[in-house]
Design a protein around this ligand. Structure first.
Ligand code: 5GP
Ligand code: ZN
Length: 137
């Protein structure tokens, strides 16, 4: 399977690695939204958020929190976004699961500016009912 992130894990491709342990690796995104934009990925190849087993996810969240703290302490952003894109429609371009950590600086031009929708009467309940019926926790 051709996967750039697996190549980075296996040191076949170069990346500016920030941290690595037995289950996760974190490195700078090659095309940052803002400087310091970081990726955190599991060493095992899973395509997306739903594929990731819970123990791996909790380990990855720990690393993501730790690296987020290091970014905040070293780069002093005003804030940061932790996001994951799942599926082409959601903007996923590398199909090896990853968290993005994106520092947001005062004088940077990029921030998430969302175009928000409004629910018409009854529609919020309709969506909630559909999702509730599928919840299996
Ligand atoms: P996605 O679009 O799947 O949510 O995020 C994939 C990210 O991986 C993108 O932000 C992209 O810039 C980054 N990326 C793609 N190829 C490479 C690479 O070879 N090295 C590094 N460091 N980042 C990469
Ligand atoms: Zn991979």
């Amino acid at each position: 399977m051709d996967c750039i992130f697996c190549d980075i894990i296996n040191k076949k491709s170069y990346a500016e690695v920030l941290f690595e342990n037995e289950s996760a690796i974190s490195f700078l995104d090659i095309k940052p939204i803002n400087y310091g934009h970081t990726l955190v990925i599991p060493k095992i190849h899973y395509e997306n958020f739903l594929d990731l087993p819970e123990d791996e996810l909790s380990e990855l969240i720990k690393v993501t929190k730790n690296i987020s703290g290091a970014i905040v302490n070293s780069l002093n952003p005003e804030g940061f976004n932790v996001v994951t894109n799942n599926g082409i429609a959601a903007g996923q371009s590398v199909f090896h699961f990853h968290f993005h950590i994106i520092p947001i600086f005062k004088d940077e031009d990029f921030r998430f500016r969302l175009k928000l929708k409004e629910y018409k009467i009854g529609l919020m309940q309709e969506y909630a009912n559909k999702i509730r019926a599928a919840v299996s926790v």
